[in-house]
Design a protein. Sequence first.
Length: 273
Amino acid sequence: MSLKLEIEGVMLNVISAYAPQVGCKQEEKDRFWSELEEVMQTVPRGERVVTGADFNGHVGEGNSGDEEVMGRFGLQERNPEGQRLVHFAKSMEMTVVNMYFQKRQEHRVTYKSGGRSTQVDYILCRRCNLMEISDCKVVVGEGVARQHRIVVCKITLVVRKMKRAKAEQKTKWWKLEKEECSVVFREELRQALGGQEVLPDDWTTTAKVIRETGRKVLGVSSGRRKEDKETWWWNEEVQESIQRKRLAWKKWDSERTEESRQEYRVIVRIENI
């Protein structure tokens, strides 16, 4: 599920997901990550994106070798599902937000059942926007399900104030294409010029009279800019672009080599231009 919000001119995309459980078939797990990657690719790079999900995995405590995508304040040891999450974050140039804020263990546990206390729910954001997040924690006592706890983060969006273009009223000269308007305009103009077609040796005054007569007879526009209605942007070119990125991501996901990773990142940059 995804939601797009416009906040003072800043576009914020919120994506919610639920990963297959550990015991599910590998095919189902692969399909989940492929679909999540596809959704992420539809978000323009200039827009903010926050992904919150029960990833059913543990990224573990510490961040040795993965400093680019996570802090070191996690729980337990990393499992294959957690490694898949870290791999996804690297490919999408995102970070695991939970891991950057030092909290008591009770405020890091997102799933609690009987004697089990684990961390499987994570929030991700673009690496370039991490500085906008000032806090991330588990809200103890506020459960959305019997075992799960709510994970919240505080985001401060940097809003750039845009200068509004000064409204400029314009004479509706296009009305002169209509015969009735043209006749009235010519008559009004002759009267304004004292029965003459033009004032001799005084074009400045003549032009002023023409403009004033135009406003009087034809009227003026409001000066407000017309808002462009959003159009459906999905087309064959976009679909092919996403497919190329998806294939590159799958290659990296299967090979897990630095060469395939760099190849994927190059393709993403090219396709997003």
